[in-house]
Ligand binder design. Structure first.
Ligand code: IPM
Ligand code: MG
Length: 368
C-alpha cells in the first residue's frame, strides 16, 4: 500500500494559523494525509531568532508538498539591516527548495464580479495567469550598504530565463481550452533600459520557437501595468522576472476586487515538492477574531492537490465547493458588498450573508 502524502503546514503569522487550520479540515475531508506543522516567519524569529531554521527547510524539502499561511506583521517590521525579518523565511524557502516558478491565476469568481474596482464590462472574461520568476533577479543579487549609499543588484543567467520561459509556455499550452483561441504568452520586461531585460527578451524569443502553437508578445513593464487595467481580459499568460512579477501580481489580484480569493503555487523541478500559499498577507489587524477569509487558502490547497500531488479531480471539488458557497451568498467581511442581511426576494434569492472563518469552512465542507 502506498503511504499517505506528507504535507508540511507552515501557518506563519497573523491570520495564517486560522486559515491553515481551516484548510487542513478541507484536506482531511478529501483523503488521508500526514500533516506536520512547523514554525516559519515571525513566530520562528520569536522562538529561534531566525525566520527559517535549517531543520524546517529540511522538513520542507523532504515533504510531498508545503502549505503556507502568511508571514510578517508590525511586530517584526524594521529597517535595521542586521535584524531578522519574517520575509527572509519565505525567500529562504524559495531559494532552498529551488522554487523558481510562481503561478498566480487570476479569475474573478462568477458571484464576485461586482466586487471589482473595474466596471463589469471591462473585467468580464478576465482569466489570466501570472508566471513570476521567483529565485533570481534583484531579490537575490548582491546587496549592501557602504557609507551613505546602498545597492541591490539584478542579475539573470540564460539558464534561469530559459526555465521560467518554458514554465510559462507550458502553462499556456495546458490552459488552451476548446474555445479555439490561440494560447498566448506576454513576456514583460524593461528592455528599453535594463541589460537583464534585453537578455530576457532575447532568450524568451528563442524559447518560444519550441512552442510554435503559442503566440508570444512583449510588453514593457510600465505599459503592462497600464494595459492590465484597461484590457485585462486580453491577457492569457504573463511571464516576467521576480520584481516585476511581485508588482504585477498584486495589481492583477486587485483587478478582481477580492485579493482574499487568490491562491498561488511555487514550483521547482519536476518531482520536487512545491509550496502553496494564498496571495494575501497576514492581516495582523484581524488576526484571532475568527473573521479571516479562508477561501484563498482552500484554493491554494486545490493547487497543492493538482500541481503538487497530481490529484486534479479533488482540486476541482474544492474549487466547485468554493464557487457554490459564494453562490449561496456567504461572504466573509472582506467580500461583503454592502447588501448584507436582506431577506431573499424573487429577484435576489441568495442575498449576501456575512459569516466568519468557521461558518465559511463548514459551508465549504458541506458543499464538497
Ligand atoms: C509575495 C510577497 C513577498 C515577495 C514578500 C513577502 C517577500 O510580496 O509573495 O509577493 O516580495 O515576493
Ligand atoms: Mg508581493
Amino acid at each position: 500500500m502506498s503511504r499517505s502524502p506528507r504535507i508540511v503546514l507552515l501557518p506563519g503569522d497573523g491570520i495564517g494559523p486560522e486559515i491553515v487550520a481551516a484548510a487542513r479540515r478541507v484536506l482531511e475531508a478529501l483523503g488521508e494525509f500526514e500533516f506536520e506543522e512547523r514554525l516559519m516567519g515571525g513566530c520562528s524569529i520569536d522562538a529561534h531568532g531566525v525566520a527559517l531554521t535549517d531543520e524546517v527547510l529540511e522538513d520542507c524539502r523532504g515533504a510531498d508538498a508545503v502549505l503556507l499561511g502568511a508571514v510578517g506583521g508590525p511586530k517584526w517590521d524594521t529597517t535595521d539591516p542586521d535584524a531578522p525579518r519574517p520575509e527572509q523565511g519565505l525567500l529562504g524557502l524559495r531559494k532552498g527548495m529551488g522554487l523558481y516558478a510562481n503561478l498566480r491565476p487570476v479569475r474573478p469568481s462568477p458571484a464576485l464580479v461586482g466586487a471589482s474596482p473595474l466596471r463589469e464590462e471591462r473585467i468580464a472574461g478576465t482569466d489570466l495567469l501570472v508566471v513570476r520568476e521567483l529565485t533570481g533577479g534583484i531579490y537575490f543579487g548582491d546587496s549592501g550598504r557602504a557609507g551613505d549609499s546602498a545597492h541591490d543588484t539584478c542579475e539573470y543567467s540564460v539558464g534561469e530565463i530559459e526555465r521560467i520561459a518554458r514554465a510559462g509556455f507550458a502553462a499556456a499550452q495546458r490552459r488552451a481550452g476548446g474555445d479555439g483561441r490561440r494560447p498566448r504568452v506576454t513576456s514583460v520586461d524593461k528592455a528599453n533600459v535594463l541589460e537583464t531585460s534585453r537578455l530576457w527578451r532575447e532568450v524568451v524569443g528563442r524559447v518560444s520557437e519550441e512552442y510554435p502553437e503559442v503566440e508570444l508578445d512583449h510588453l514593457l513593464v510600465d505599459n503592462a501595468a497600464m494595459q492590465l487595467v484597461s484590457r485585462p481580459a486580453d491577457f492569457d499568460v504573463i511571464v516576467t522576472e521576480n520584481l516585476f512579477g511581485d508588482i504585477l501580481s498584486d495589481e492583477s489580484a486587485m483587478l478582481t476586487g477580492s485579493l482574499g480569493m487568490l491562491p498561488s503555487a511555487s514550483l521547482g523541478e519536476a518531482g520536487a515538492p512545491g509550496l502553496f500559499e494564498p496571495v494575501h498577507g497576514s492581516a495582523p489587524d484581524i488576526a484571532g477574531r475568527g473573521v479571516a477569509n479562508p477561501l484563498a487558502t482552500f484554493l491554494s490547497a486545490a493547487m497543492l492537490l493538482r500541481h503538487g500531488l497530481g490529484r486534479a479531480p479533488e482540486a476541482e471539488r474544492i474549487e466547485a465547493a468554493v464557487d457554490a458557497v459564494l453562490g449561496q451568498g456567504l461572504r466573509t467581511p472582506d467580500l461583503v458588498s454592502g447588501t448584507v442581511a436582506q431577506a431573499p426576494t424573487p429577484a435576489d434569492p441568495t442575498p449576501e450573508r456575512e459569516v466568519g472563518t468557521g461558518e465559511m469552512t463548514d459551508a465549504v465542507l458541506a458543499a464538497l
